[in-house]
Design a protein around this ligand. Structure first.
Ligand code: ADP
Ligand code: MG
Length: 389
């Protein structure tokens, strides 16, 4: 924190106003993949690493932006906030300022911003939600507005949807805003009902492994999956006229009516969704009962289902997961995020962590020619102000 504050002063000088420091985490989804848009549960957790923001008010109406992660710096007037491709990453904080203004949370003065991100960009650990939420929380705090975490998540999602033009759901911003150390968040994305579930991992650690694969095709496949889920509902409506989302079905109901879905692929997609939602519920029960091993088994089942039924895995993800499964001390491993690249999440005994990174990394390189990155993660708090000491 000292170092960052020093960097801030080196860059912007002193102006007599207080320098404040905020932090928002990244997030990982522990289980519950492709359930959110089907009215089902997701089960993310905030990470111990994320995005720092050092910020200080100015005497004029200018916003000045810098990030230790990007060369590009710049300034804009508070009276003229609009999307500009040239502004690249700075559009994220600008989008937040616009949303705050639209919501009636006026920004009364200019600010100097310095960001420092610890999350790899574009890997599915949601650095974008992290920078959005830390910006919204800091500005609301400094302006003396209320800091309702659910509202901050919604504002941030809106900024990403409308200002950035990225059609993300609410999970990322919600986890980053509402996270709590050593807790996972059981979230129903439709209603925003949620429950903080203690995640007591004892001697086990979460390891995020990044395929570092460039993701192509994600959007088109994602849209195809969404329409297949809608097609499944439509077919089931022949006997279940009130069904609007697959998440409303129990496993038993699905088994009873699945014959209505003629398209084999559509039936497979629906089966994944219904069973994955059931796995999320069983995960919560397992964790509440302290049965980490059962949770690990559910992670493994989730991967197999995403690979074989939902078909959103890829060779790189499969190599990482299958290697993880081979290692003693691994309770579970699965792809996390939308798929076709991105990261896996594994639950690994602390004594096996170094061996895991060495072994999985080595085989991954041999099999794919790519180098994976590994992050040993703790579950951290949602966005907050950081004070020294
Ligand atoms: P993900 O959210 O999966 O990490 P995205 O493509 O959604 O990937 O968001 C990454 C983008 O967010 C970056 O390219 C950059 O524009 C912005 N961003 C994230 N963290 C920072 C940061 N610390 N400083 C500046 N921009 C950031
Ligand atoms: Mg993102």
């Amino acid at each position: 924190m000292k170092q960052l504050t020093q960097q801030f002063v080196d860059k912007y000088g002193q102006n007599g106003s207080e320098i404040r420091v905020f932090h928002a985490p990244g997030r990982v989804n522990l289980i519950g993949e492709h359930t959110d848009y089907n009215g089902g549960y997701v089960f993310p957790a905030a990470l111990t690493f994320g995005t720092w923001l050092v910020i200080r008010p100015r005497e004029d109406m200018t916003l000045r932006f810098a990030s230790t992660n990007f060369e590009l710096t710049g300034e804009v007037s508070l009276e003229n906030i609009h999307y500009d491709e040239k502004d690249d990453w700075m559009n994220y904080p600008k989008g937040i300022v616009e949303q705050l203004q639209n919501a009636g949370y006026g920004v009364s003065t200019g600010y100097d911003f310095l960001y420092h991100g610890e999350i790899p960009n574009g890997s599915g650990l949601s650095s974008s939600a992290s920078i959005e939420v830390v910006t919204a929380y800091a500005l609301l705090t400094l302006e003396g507005h209320p800091t309702d975490r659910t509202e901050i998540a919604l504002l941030s999602q809106k900024a990403e949807n409308q200002f950035m033009g990225v059609q993300c759901g609410i999970m990322d911003q919600f986890a980053v805003a509402q996270g709590k150390a050593d807790h996972a968040i059981l979230l129903m994305c439709d209603t925003l009902e949620y429950d903080l579930v203690p995640f007591e991992s004892g001697d086990y650690r979460l390891i995020v492994s990044n395929t570092n694969k460039r993701r192509g095709l994600v959007d088109s496949k994602y849209n195809e999956r969404r329409s297949q889920c809608e097609a499944a509902v439509k077919a089931l409506n022949a006997e279940l006229p009130n069904l609007t989302l697959l998440g409303q079905l129990s496993k038993e109901q699905f088994d009873q009516h699945q014959h209505l879905i003629e398209d084999v692929n559509v039936r497979k997609r629906a089966k994944h969704v219904v069973e994955e939602i059931d796995r999320v519920k069983r995960s919560v029960e397992a964790l509440k009962a302290g049965q980490l091993k059962s949770f690990g088994d559910l992670m493994n089942e989730s991967h197999v289902s995403l690979r074989d039924l939902y078909e959103v895995s890829c060779r790189e993800l499969d190599v990482l997961v299958e290697q993880a499964w081979n290692i003693d001390g691994v309770l579970g491993s699965r792809m996390t995020g939308a798929g076709f690249g991105g990261c896996t999440i594994s639950l690994v005994h602390q004594d096996a962590v170094n061996g895991f990174i060495e072994q999985v990394g080595k085989v991954y390189q041999e099999e794919t020619g790519l180098t994976a990155d590994f992050y040993v993660c703790g579950i951290g708090d949602g966005v907050k102000e950081m004070k020294e000491g």
